[in-house]
Design a protein around this ligand. Structure first.
Ligand code: NAD
Length: 459
């Protein structure tokens, strides 16, 4: 196991001050500098691809295919997209002025906040640390990265990759757990970008409030998935299990539970079982490509959910490998942890409804989810569900794919978070838009002055 020690107040405040000084030199603001740094980041990711995969394998038993698709490839695409569009994003935007401001010009200028803090969780420990950094660099900020202590191998490859490429006065990694994060949260950052759980999100928001630091909170929660009677069951089953079982369900936007129309419940369950076997074999635990649960605590938390309902499929686990087979379960009641906690594992509760409004009402009676999915070929149903519920983002006839396009801003709402990123949204998130009015000196409306005679005086 990689050893990780906590940071001290002195080490943290020294680095924050170093970054403040560097930011004030103005170097991070130049377009060339931003582009070069993004290219450097991409080169580093490519150069260390093998080690990144090894670290993800050790931390999570993540397969190379998943590591490339959801972490390495994802980042390289995001950098490519940013480099392609950054000129346009950086351009000051001319805006109209009001009639009362005749003769003047208005512009909106994107400026970096300054020194930013990016805190990451363990489930996509590489990608979720560096994807926000792309936005921070593109917008001209400096950054301190705080990876999760639960994925130490990935944390240490992040240290190596960042140390090799960047001056700590510009970008650096500060490893550690709760203690280090608490010290960091007590520093005068100019922006905090946090990805993690709802309870820790509240801690971050309270700390930021003390200093009025603007924040983005990318949190979690229970993301529902509705399957309507009109849906293509075979395809729906494949797309649901893809989103549920990637990373063994340890995905913030994985479908947390299913709401099935009673009429298609049985045939869909049969399809889901077939797909599980098709994807990972009769016993996923034995499949080398199937991700493990991150640690003992989460393994036992997940196992405890198995007694909150009737198992319809799966349910087996292996503590020595920290693996749990894909499981379909009918909850005993809606107040058990299985139906109140975010599951974050390969366990899928199944509920049924008689009419679609029941499903909508159920979703609306709970905290606003990070994602919502609806499978249907009926446009009216899709409209009814998406228009009458509030959620961060989602898909019609798919799961999790909305996260993978840089054209769709990604983020939560209510308890699932605030703010968005990816593509241009990342640039916007890490920028303050400064409004500037350039007044004309050609004439002056003297009636605004206290001694006005209500006349227009030419200069
Ligand atoms: P977490 O909140 O426990 O930890 C996130 C980070 O906060 C880690 O770096 C950790 O060191 C730090 N931290 C933990 N406890 C702390 C405390 N008491 N004080 C200060 N800092 C603390 O989250 P996690 O278990 O690493 O990740 C899982 C959660 O993250 C899930 O809820 C999941 O839905 C969410 N998540 C959200 C997104 C998103 O994009 N919205 C993506 C991935 C994960």
């Amino acid at each position: 196991m990689v050893q990780m020690s906590e940071q001290t107040v002195e080490s943290v405040s020294t680095v924050v001050q170093l970054q403040k000084n560097f930011f004030h030199t103005g170097q991070t603001k130049s377009k060339d500098f931003r582009k070069r740094m993004l290219q450097t980041l991409a080169e580093q990711v490519r150069k260390h691809e093998k080690e990144i995969c090894q670290a993800l394998k050790l931390d999570l038993n993540k397969s190379e295919t998943e590591a490339y698709m959801t972490e390495i490839g994802f980042l390289l695409e995001e950098i490519k997209f940013t480099l392609k569009h950054i000129d346009k994003w950086m351009k000051p935007e001319k805006v109209k002025t009001a009639k009362t401001h005749i003769g003047s010009k208005g512009i909106r200028v994107a400026e970096p906040y300054g020194v930013t803090l990016i805190i990451a969780p363990w489930n996509y420990p590489f990608q979720l640390q560096l994807a926000p950094l792309i936005g921070a660099i593109a917008a001209g900020n400096t950054a301190i990265l705080k990876p999760s202590e639960l994925t130490p191998y990935t944390s240490s490859i992040l240290v190596k990759l960042i140390q090799e490429a960047f001056d700590p006065a510009y970008v650096t990694v500060m490893e550690g757990g709760v203690e280090t994060t608490s010290i960091l949260l007590d520093q005068p950052f100019d922006y905090i970008f946090f990805t993690g759980s709802v309870p820790v999100g509240k801690i971050v928001m309270k700390a930021a409030a003390e200093r009025l630091i603007p924040i983005t909170l990318e949190l979690g929660g229970k993301s529902p998935c509705i399957v309507d009677q009109s849906s293509n069951l075979e395809l729906a089953a494949k797309r649901i299990m893809f989103g549920k079982l990637i990373n063994a369900g340890q995905t913030c936007i994985a479908p947390d539970y299913l709401l099935l129309d009673k009429k298609i419940k049985e045939p869909l369950i049969e399809e889901l079982k077939k797909v599980i076997v098709d994807f990972y074999g009769e016993n996923a635990i034995q499949n080398e490509e199937f991700t493990k649960i991150v640690n003992d605590r989460h393994f036992h938390r997940l196992k405890s959910y198995l007694s909150d309902g009737m198992i319809l499929f799966g349910g087996q686990s292996d503590e020595s490998q920290l693996k749990i087979n894909p499981t379909l379960i009918k909850p005993k009641d809606l107040t058990s942890p299985l139906m109140t906690d975010e599951i974050f594992g390969p366990i899928l509760p199944i509920l049924e409804y008689d009419n679609i409004q029941e499903a909508v009402d159920f979703i609306n009676s709970r905290p606003k989810p990070l994602a919502l999915y609806v499978f249907t070929t009926n446009d009216e149903v899709a409209k009814q569900v998406t228009e009458s519920t509030s959620f961060g983002g989602g898909c019609i006839n798919d799961t999790i794919m909305h996260i993978a396009t840089p054209y769709l801003p990604f983020g939560g709402v209510g308890e699932s978070g605030m703010g968005t990123y990816h593509g241009e949204a990342s640039f916007q998130t890490f920028s303050h838009y400064k409004s500037v009015l350039k007044q004309t000196n050609r004439f002056d409306f003297s009636f605004r002055y206290p001694n006005a005679k209500n006349s227009l005086k030419m200069m």
